[in-house]
Write a protein that binds this ligand. Sequence first.
Ligand code: PLP
Length: 427
Amino acid sequence: MYKAFGIDEDVVSFGAAQERMLRERFEEIDRTAEYNQLKVMRAMQQCRVSEACLSGTTGYGYNDIGRETLEAVYAAAFHAEDALVRPQIACGTHALAVALSGNLRPGDELIYISGGPYDTLEEVIGIRPSRGSLAEYGVTYKQVDLKEDGTFDFEGIRKAITPKTKMCAIQRSKGYQTRPTLSVREIGEAVKCVKSVRSDIIVMVDNCYGEFVETTEPTDVGADMIVGSLIKNPGGGLAPTGGYIAGTKECVENAAVRLTTPGLGKEVGATLSANAPFFQGFFLAPCVTASALKGAVFAASLYENLGFVCTPGKDAARYDIIQAVTLGTPEGVEAFCRGIQKAAPVDSFVTPEPWDMPGYDSQVIMAAGAFVSGSSIELSADAPIRPPYAVYFQGGLTWPSAKLGILMTVQEMKNDGLLRPEDLCVK
Ligand SMILES: *Cc1c(COP(=O)(O)O)cnc(C)c1O
């Protein structure tokens, strides 16, 4: 079958050799998936998910048993008091904006203690001046950078907290930075540090790309709120849109009255055609996340053997599903993205090209052939066309499809003369 996709014998056997060496790694990923699968199923059973929960509502969406049960399932699985899980949350950035603006008041101070936030949050907070930002509403901001080695600066955090500090925020995933992703254990230590200064400070964790990678979530180690996107890990590839906020009753209620209105809160919000893909996606999410993780480890293994720098490295512990590969040339980046696109179930016949994307200071190339537009739990890759010419790739709903994608990138590199034949010799 690989031959039918135009993948040469030497590329297939190179991949097979790497795969054999990853057996223990894959077993570890499968054990985490098994644990998380049981965690999700237990939550579904405890919350008595029924067939009636699978359909949706229209209009105001009062008494939407599907919506209410889904939120109870998220809360139970993440060991939180409550959750807000809605198709009306447009994306991860929106979920984070709702969590922030719902819980902060004029005069409050927000401190990011994991360094600067994800790009899109800069305008939400007002780090880059923007219409409607938290800054316009009188919320002040500062940040404590991670230390050189990527760990929390506990002393800096303690010093930064003032009587005005209402919330400390942590971004679990590196996103598109080069720092390491934070583990749940490390996040727990940071929560303890913040709470030791003042126990009423809210700790919010941007949990994007981290869900189900470990057997615990930040809510298990004291975070007041975790926030994420449903077109990443927890949607399992089936949720067609949406975001979630899970945490204390107080934090979730504050977010709910911001998402809808004061007084209405969680009581309204029609789920339209169906709740089923949200339930089913959450059910599949632990195994889908495992497939994406296997793809990431496989890619690191192949590309490290080909002599490229991979972040994280093939043997490093993983706390999110993102894999960066530094290819060193624009040609390498384009070949890689072409390979990912050619392995997609949708739009496999188109060729990704660099373009001037709004908000970026260099051209960006993106490869994705997804069932859900923009979904990054599905196999996808993107890269800014600038040194060091690193490509960021993530996702893969099934392990064989992720594997195909990565083999295809190697084939494209080979076709373009970017690899030497001896590179593909199995060492
Ligand atoms: C993806 C992501 C976001 C924002 O999500 P969108 O759905 O793209 O708005 C925020 N933080 C991190 C770490 C992310 O990876």
